[in-house]
Structure formats: structure tokens, C-alpha cells
Design a protein around this ligand. Structure first.
Ligand SMILES: [Fe+2]
Length: 186
């Protein structure tokens, strides 16, 4: 039988309780990659008016990054930059960046977090918003990567007929990036 903590209020927790909880969390971390893979698969249900569904978009962005010779981490952020659209579209960049933060570099975190503002160059004029929002970050270390992800891998990736690399081909990379590791619990 699975061990469980004895307390019903955190105030009463003991060292043994927290050892049980810590061990259970460590086991759970091994499922992180599968959670990301499952969310990615569910993007197929979201089209949002674009010419292709969001899974095709994700796979095309990941495929373009891979064919561009990007690192494993950069391929994975290209693949997963819109993954949080399954939760909430308006702040999907921020949600995705926070979801991936324990596993990616600070630069990659900022790229995912702010990618929508960079994309504004292509459509914010239709919303009455400034199109040059990206320039506020032009001196940041992650600016070139953000431009590459958005301009070369993300923005061109809405072709329903493009032959994308299959999701299965990205799974080893996802398992490598979203590896199990202990983090703060609570
Ligand atoms: Fe995108």
C-alpha cells in the first residue's frame, strides 16, 4: 500500500511525513515529460481560426527549428511555445514559460514568455496596438533567439499541408529536456 502522511493540517507535519511526501513527489517528477506530451497532443483540438490546428503548428515550428540546426532545448521550446493555449490563450506565453522554467535556460524562459509581443510585429496593427513592442528588449541576451523563434520557426508555421516531423520523433528530446529533478514542494 502506498504510504501517506499522517497529518490533516500542515501544522502537525513530522519529519517522517515529509520524507513520505518528498519521495512521492520525486516519483511524480518522472511523469513531467508525459504531461507535456499529453498537452501537446491535445493541441489538435484547438484551431482558433488559423489555417491549421495548433498541434500541426507546434510540430511545424519544432520541425523548422530542427532543420535549422537548433539545439535540443531550442527545438523543444519551439515545439511547446504555445502549449498553454490548452489552458488559457490570452496569457499562454507566460503560463508555458512558467511550466517549462525548471527545465530550460533563463534566455529560453524569456523567449517563451514574451513571444506573443514579438509576434505583434505581424498583426498588432489590426488590433490598434504597437507593432514594435519587441524593441524594448533589443539589448537583452535572449533577443536574437526570440527573433529567430518567432520570425523563422513560429510565424511561418501555419501550413496544414507542410510535412511535419511526427510527434514521436520529438519525444526523446522532450524526455531529455523535461527530465525528472527534485524541486521545492508545498
Ligand atoms: Fe505560435
Amino acid at each position: 500500500m502506498t504510504q501517506q502522511a499522517s497529518f490533516t493540517r500542515m501544522q502537525d507535519g513530522t519529519l517522517e511525513d515529509w520524507q513520505i511526501i518528498g519521495a512521492a513527489h520525486y516519483e511524480e517528477f518522472k511523469n513531467t515529460a508525459d504531461r507535456f506530451i499529453g498537452m501537446l497532443q491535445s493541441l489538435e483540438q484547438h484551431t482558433l481560426g488559423f489555417a491549421c490546428d495548433q498541434l500541426q503548428h507546434a510540430l511545424m515550428a519544432g520541425t523548422l527549428a530542427r532543420r535549422d540546426g537548433a539545439s535540443d532545448e531550442h527545438i523543444v521550446i519551439a515545439l511547446c511555445h504555445d502549449i498553454a493555449k490548452v489552458i488559457n490563450v490570452p496569457n499562454h506565453g507566460a503560463i508555458a514559460a512558467e511550466m517549462m522554467r525548471p527545465y530550460i535556460s533563463e534566455d529560453s524562459y524569456h523567449v517563451v514568455y514574451n513571444h506573443q509581443a514579438f509576434q505583434g510585429e505581424y498583426y498588432y496593427e489590426y488590433l490598434g496596438a504597437p507593432t514594435d513592442l519587441r524593441l524594448q528588449w533589443q539589448h537583452e541576451s535572449w533577443y536574437p533567439l526570440a527573433c529567430k523563434l518567432v520570425d523563422e520557426w513560429d510565424a511561418p508555421a501555419f501550413d496544414p499541408d507542410f510535412e511535419v516531423d511526427p510527434l514521436d520523433s520529438f519525444i526523446p528530446l522532450m524526455r531529455k529536456v523535461f527530465h525528472d529533478q527534485p524541486i521545492a514542494i508545498g
